[in-house]
Design a protein around this ligand. Structure first.
Ligand code: NAP
Length: 333
């Protein structure tokens, strides 16, 4: 492969449908930017599946190459912070949204989007985490800053078999927290226990439809990926002075709740915005991921695919049926 001609997953709009094909493109078609990166690994996030299927809230212009995560090697750089040959990670910002992303063997991006690959992580391992892992780790960072510690009590993780959820379960368990994993996939209980969850509950148990403003206090903290009534239920059942992090909307983008959890129990609701995570915090989180928060990336957690074999995984994640993380291998054999 030469940099002039590389492989990518190209999503095109044809009539009312969005069609995905593996094609070859030229680096000349990439946007202006400081650093050209040869991508070796990417990953699959829910947002990638939305971009790959024409969701206008993620991607406005097609044809487009999704992939909000990329790990690879610097090929050319106009910025003295990055030298050719250096291993790097690029996630979030506009990558894979309206900038051609990690489902191409080359990306060209601003230097301000790039993190040097930390010691202790391979490129592939960094994509086991990707945006999902960064989000899970940011959530944990917020819990720690709030004073939540392994002895504080039970931590609920919702959407627990998903990318963010499974990594949150694994990292929290690795650090000795007592984790309750909520899932809509009861057949994946063994998977969640193997990740380190202390208990597994059905999603319905943390989705209270009763309409009461407060529920019995249970959680020291919650890492929520679902939104909607699951997030509302989490806020109502978090203990006094506890914290709930909110990153996702797979259940719903709406939040219908009274102020009582906030004004009677002092519960905090903390938003997680990994796409715009400032670089000092981003670098700090990646160092944690590569060091004390590093988990065992078992075969049960990680599925590896190529651009040619990614389509079923896109459909699976779109329909909430994905388990763990999908790493995309772009290394040409
Ligand atoms: N704010 C940020 O910075 C940020 C970053 C990354 C991701 N996100 C968001 O976080 C969410 C999760 O992302 P992800 O990449 O982890 O996706 P994912 O791998 O698809 O995981 C989502 C999980 O949520 C559960 N779920 C699916 N449909 C549901 C429903 N209708 N009601 C309740 N739970 C449902 C499923 O787990 P179970 O079957 O185990 O319940 C599913 O596996 C998405 O909304 C994504 O956009 C936000």
């Amino acid at each position: 492969m030469s940099a002039a001609d590389f492989k990518c997953l190209l999503v095109s709009q044809e009539n009312d449908a969005y069609v995905r094909r593996v094609e070859r493109r030229s680096v000349d078609a990439l946007p202006e930017g400081d650093v050209l990166i040869r991508v070796h690994y990417s990953s699959l996030n829910y947002k990638d599946a939305l971009s790959a299927t024409g969701h206008p809230g993620v991607t406005r212009r097609y044809p487009h190459t999704p992939g909000i995560d990329a790990a690879g090697v610097v090929e050319e750089s106009n910025d003295k912070r990055f030298m050719p040959g250096e291993e790097v990670i690029c996630t979030s910002y506009d990558l894979g949204a309206n900038t051609p992303g990690g489902y191409g063997q080359y990306i060209r991006v601003p230097a301000g989007w790039i993190v040097p690959l930390p010691n202790g992580l391979t490129q592939r391992e960094s994509m086991v985490y990707g945006t999902a892992g960064l989000t899970a780790a940011m959530s944990l960072h917020r819990l720690e800053r709030h004073g939540v510690a392994p002895g504080s009590g039970e931590i609920l993780v919702t959407g627990a078999t998903g990318g963010v959820g499974s990594l949150a379960v694994a990292i929290l368990a690795r650090l000795g927290y007592s984790v309750v994993a909520a899932t809509g996939k009861p057949d994946r209980e063994r998977f969640l226990l193997d990740l380190g969850a202390n208990a597994v509950v059905h999603r319905n148990e943390v989705d209270n439809a009763g309409g009461r403003p407060l529920l019995a206090e249970r959680w020291a903290a919650v890492v929520d990926t679902a939104g909607g009534n699951i997030l509302a239920t989490a806020l109502k059942s978090t203990r006094s002075r506890g914290i709930v992090t909110c990153c996702g909307l797979v259940a719903s983008a709406d939040l219908n709740i009274s102020v009582y959890p906030f004004i009677l129990r002092g519960v905090s609701l903390q938003g997680i915005d990994s796409a715009e995570c400032p670089m000092p915090e981003r670098t700090y989180i990646w160092e944690k991921i590569a060091g004390p928060w590093k988990i065992d990336a078992t075969d049960a957690l990680v599925t590896e695919r190529t651009l040619e074999t990614l389509e079923p995984e896109i459909q699976r994640i779109l329909h909430g049926r994905q388990t763990g993380r999908v790493v995309v291998n772009l290394i040409e054999k």
